[in-house]
Write a new protein. Structure first.
Ligand SMILES: NC(=O)C1=CN([C@@H]2O[C@H](COP(=O)(O)OP(=O)(O)OC[C@H]3O[C@@H](n4cnc5c(N)ncnc54)[C@H](O)[C@@H]3O)[C@@H](O)[C@H]2O)C=CC1
Ligand SMILES: N[C@@H](CC=O)C(=O)O
Ligand code: NA
Length: 930
């Protein structure tokens, strides 16, 4: 089977297939010049167009070269004879500049342009200029008024006249140039007035009249710029390009340049106006019958490209108001960068997908001579701009015009086309039935809809899927239903489905589609951002990969792929709930580490929201982490969990979102399921979700395992100590857990480590609270509830199906204090019961033992418990200090000697550090370098 590929961008140009361009290194220079002069793009075409002696066949490859050279020698000779008569200085001495309307919008801007022209050190230059900004629109609107027989067309003309008169006067002050210019302006205006009067009377304007009138904007701006350049001391002439450029209309409201006729006219014009600096009008030209016309949309760029080809220029610079072509729309992707270079084909593709690059037809004339086009910013001339030229042609690593760095980048840019709908035509009857696809697209053409992309399941031919603008889709669907009514009735087609609210995302880059790994990375970046891909199309051209995603994901998808390819950076939008001790410390750690993470580890963490129990602050770009406390206090809005979630979810510029729950709150934990479902990742030290009702825990874990969304909670047990990850490691590697035993409470560890003769129980509880070890309500620690939660979390991780109530817990809260209404009241009254604990301690001491509050998960016995126990003073549990936790894992592999993890198990720094490290683990799962 043969693969037939028509370069989509080329085909789009004129609805016809062009021959491939001769490659620079394959075709001798003399031959290229012949191609160019004869308007040919291939040897075959040249032979067909040339005189009799160039006819021949190219069948035998071995002899072909000799034959072609022999038969074409005559042609080349003719060309050389012809060019020896030419008076146009050639040989790559010309630079072409093109300045758009905004570049010459005021007299100051025209002065700026004149300076750029004078400063260009090129030996010879042609400067193509558009009308002053808004002038072309004003001229069209004036015509419309005249045609509609509105008297105010006269005022409109006066306004345009006045604008140019004032600009010229401000620009030139006085002198012959100004007098000449004003006299031309007056004469033109006088003539226009007469023409408008005729249009007014007729109530109609023909296309050639209209083209003649609207071209005046360029005539005047070119004359003004020429005068401004002369005023700066550089001699120059201005060119009315209607005298030079000859174009023929095509069927698609476009025009094709007639290079041969234009070249002849140019040679004549240049004989009459020999000059090294020429200021030429953009946009306008003449037909072969000498009737004024325009080059239609993007006309001035096209003028510059055609003149570039006619002058065989060494370069063309398109001056505009942006620094160059961006890797993505900078309004949507904050980190979009200006591209150093693009191949002509890449520029075509990007412009098709809506990027503001050169229109494809503009590049055709310059491509023929390999003339590079640079897009530069007239308001920032220090920016080098983007160079559009031929892609490196050799396999050997030599490249002809792009830098290595640029060539190395397989994916150059990303763009989207928004507000599309997908049409999916499905049915087993489509398999092997020739013509179904052509019937479908003939029907689409009949309703005049614009097919943006097509994707066919080629192996089975069971479906054809294509995207059209949302506003055209119902018409398309109705027409298809009608056309395929019978096929649908008899079941040859099963359905015609419309998927609304889609957009197309294209990744553009030469050869990227044929490079292993590029598509995988693209789809991986989308999957990790939880973006569903609805359809895929990859052109044979290998210049782009196109995917269809939901419209609501458009900007997020753009950012996801852009950051993955362009910056190889993982960006995470972070929302923090509960900026108390742990949350606040985490924010501090994030602030200190953000720059290093970004620079050295390619991880960009942006805090877009902070919510406390009363107020919250939200931001789309990233909060200033040195100011958050003040902002929360002074500018915070009322806390609202729903709004907070929506804000985090609807952030479009950062592809991945994580909510970090630093509360001890059950209501917040109750939202995790919803968040995971919406693709929001979760990191938390809050034990509530995993120690709550068993079925909810199981649902949560199930959902998380099925999706690409992550849920990390290392800090729920042993704070920053690697407890959950150690346990996971056993399970994943096939070890069998038998028993987990240890001191899981930093608070209670601290209390019993410090319960010496000199200090009372209640004093030490207060110290633990002040040190940040306790739960927000210390009764949760003393009652054993906090340890019970950790026990249940570990039990469930180990596979036990237990509820919190199944854990036997020995509480240390004195019976009478269990009814206290607040934590403060509890702390106040606790000292009354100090003697109960000191008695127990003394009894243990007498026996050479210590008190330790321990938790136990007995996996084999399917139970869990929390109790106060006595251990010999030589036991490892007796050797702890501070808030140390110690956890011993007995497993099939660690049976004789359990694996022990020990270290501080509570406190702000270590806990926040544990949460932070979960966030980085998440970033790593999302693709950050490990
Ligand atoms: N302190 C420690 O050493 C460790 C704490 N943890 C856990 O970390 C979490 C936080 O503990 P701390 O920072 O010590 O407590 P904290 O009381 O200092 O901070 C909790 C914060 O959450 C806020 N909050 C409560 N309900 C909220 C709601 N519905 N919406 C928004 N904000 C709400 C509170 O206003 C407070 O600012 C708890 O779940 C705790 O179990 C885990 C391991 C160690
Ligand atoms: N209050 C807890 C904090 C960690 O989970 C403790 O004391 O261990
Ligand atoms: Na931990």
């Amino acid at each position: 089977m043969a693969l037939v590929s028509i370069s989509s961008a080329t085909a789009r140009l004129q609805g016809q297939v062009l021959q491939p361009q001769p490659k620079a290194l394959e075709t001798p220079l003399a031959l290229q010049l012949v191609f160019a002069r004869r308007g040919c793009s291939s040897l075959q075409q040249l032979c067909r167009n040339s005189n009799g002696n160039a006819h021949g066949s190219f069948k035998k490859v071995g002899r072909t070269n000799v034959f072609i050279h022999a038969t074409l020698a005559g042609v080349i000779q003719q060309e050389e004879n012809k060019s020896s008569k030419a008076t146009l200085p050639c040989g790559e001495t010309w630079s072409i500049h093109k300045f758009g309307g905004t570049c010459v919008g005021t007299y100051e801007r025209i002065q700026n342009v004149a300076k750029i022209v004078v400063d260009d050190p090129s030996l010879r230059k042609v400067v193509v200029v558009s009308a002053m900004s808004k002038v072309t629109d004003m001229l069209y609107s004036m015509l419309e008024k005249a045609q509609s027989r509105r008297n105010d067309h006269v005022d409109a003309l006066d306004l345009i006249f006045q604008k140019h008169k004032e600009t010229a006067t401000a620009l030139l002050g006085e002198g012959d140039d100004l007098s000449k210019l004003l006299s031309n302006l007056e004469e033109d205006t006088h003539n226009l007035r007469a023409m408008l009067r005729a249009i007014y009377i007729a109530g109609h304007v023909t296309e050639s009249f209209s083209d003649f009138v609207v071209g005046h904007g360029e005539l005047w701006s070119a004359q003004m710029l020429a005068a401004a350049v002369r005023k700066r001391g550089l001699s120059c002439v201005w060119m009315d390009t209607r005298e030079v450029l000859v174009v023929n209309p095509t069927s698609l409201n476009q025009v094709d340049p007639d290079f041969e006729a234009s070249e002849n006219k140019l040679l004549k014009w240049y004989t009459d106006h020999p000059a090294d600096t020429i200021i030429a009008t953009g946009f306008i030209a003449s037909t072969s019958e000498n009737v004024p016309t325009t080059l239609k949309r993007d006309g001035s760029d096209f003028s510059a490209a055609i003149l570039g080809a006619l002058f065989r220029a060494k370069n063309v610079t398109i001056w505009t108001d942006v620094d160059g072509v961006y890797s993505a729309d900078p309004r949507k992707v904050q980190e979009a960068v200006v591209l150093e270079s693009l191949s002509y084909q890449e520029a075509w593709e990007l412009s098709y997908f809506g990027a503001n690059v050169l229109h494809p037809r503009t590049t055709i004339p310059v491509m023929k001579y390999d003339i590079p086009v640079t897009i530069r910013n007239v308001f920032n001339i220090s920016a080098p701009g983007t160079k559009i030229c031929r892609f490196p042609a050799t396999e050997s690593g030599q490249n002809d015009s792009l830098s290595f760095r640029a060539a190395d980048l397989l994916v150059k840019g990303f763009a989207t086309i928004d507000n599309l709908a997908l049409v999916n035509v499905e049915g087993t009857g489509m398999a092997g039935v020739p013509g179904t696809a052509s019937d479908i697209f003939a029907t689409v053409k009949e309703v005049g809809a614009n097919v943006v992309m097509i994707s066919q399941v080629a192996s089975s031919e069971h479906s054809v899927c294509f995207a059209v603008p949302e506003k055209e889709v119902m018409q398309v669907a109705n027409a298809l239903e009608k056309k395929f009514r019978v096929a649908l009735e008899v079941g040859r087609l099963s359905r015609i489905e419309v998927v609304h609210d889609c957009c197309v995302l294209a990744a553009v880059g030469q050869r990227m589609a044929s490079t292993p790994g590029v598509s995988a990375t693209l789809f991986g970046a989308l999957a990790k951002a939880n973006i569903n891909v609805r359809a895929i199309a990859q052109g044979c051209s290998e210049y782009n990969i196109t995917v269809v995603v939901n419209q609501e994901d458009s900007v997020r998808a753009l950012n996801a792929v852009h950051s993955r390819f362009y910056l190889s950076r993982t960006s995470l939008a972070v929302g923090i709930i509960g900026p108390g001790l742990i949350g606040g410390t985490l924010l501090e750690q994030l602030r200190e580490q953000a720059a290093t993470l970004k620079e050295d580890f390619k991880i960009d963490l942006r805090v877009l929201g902070i919510m406390g129990s009363r107020s919250m602050i939200l931001n789309n770009l990233g909060l200033d982490l040195s100011q958050w406390r003040q902002q929360l206090a002074e500018k915070g809005e009322n806390a609202d969990l729903e709004r907070f979630t929506t804000h985090m979810h609807s952030n479009h510029s950062i592809p991945n979102t994580v909510i970090v729950d630093c509360t001890a709150n059950a209501e917040v934990a109750g939202k995790y399921y919803q968040w995971l479902k919406r693709g929001i990742h979760i990191v938390t030290p809050n034990k509530r979700a995993n120690s709550g009702p068993l079925n909810r825990y199981l649902q949560l874990r199930e959902l998380q395992r099925q999706s690409y969304t992550h849920y990390f909670y290392e800090a729920t047990v042993g704070a920053g100590l690697p407890i959950i990850s150690t346990l996971r490691g056993f399970l994943e590697t096939g070890d069998k857990i038998q028993r987990i035993e240890g001191i899981f409470s930093g608070t209670l560890s601290y209390i019993f480590n410090n319960l010496s003769e000199g200090k009372t129980f209640s004093q030490i509880v207060s110290e633990a609270k002040a040190a940040g070890y306790t739960e927000p309500d210390p009764r949760d620690d003393l009652s054993g509830l906090d340890v019970a939660r950790k026990v249940i979390i570990l039990a469930r991780e180990s596979g036990l199906r237990l509820e919190l109530d199944d854990i036997r817990v020995q509480s240390l809260v004195p019976e009478p204090l269990q009814a206290c209404s607040s934590a403060d009241e509890f702390m106040e009254k606790l000292s009354d019961y100090d003697h109960e604990i000191s008695t127990k301690r003394d009894e243990a001491n007498l026996a050479g033992e210590v008190l330790r509050y321990v938790g136990l998960v007995d996996v084999l016995g399917n139970t869990g418990s929390v109790e106060l126990r006595r251990y010999p003073s030589t036991h490892p549990f007796a050797q702890l200090s501070g808030s140390d936790n110690i956890i011993s894992f007995t497993t099939a592999r660690y049976q004789k000697q359990p694996l022990i993890v020990r270290g501080p198990g509570a406190g702000a720094d270590v806990t926040a550090g544990g949460v932070f490290s979960d966030m980085l683990r998440l970033a790593s799962y999302l693709g950050a370098p490990s």
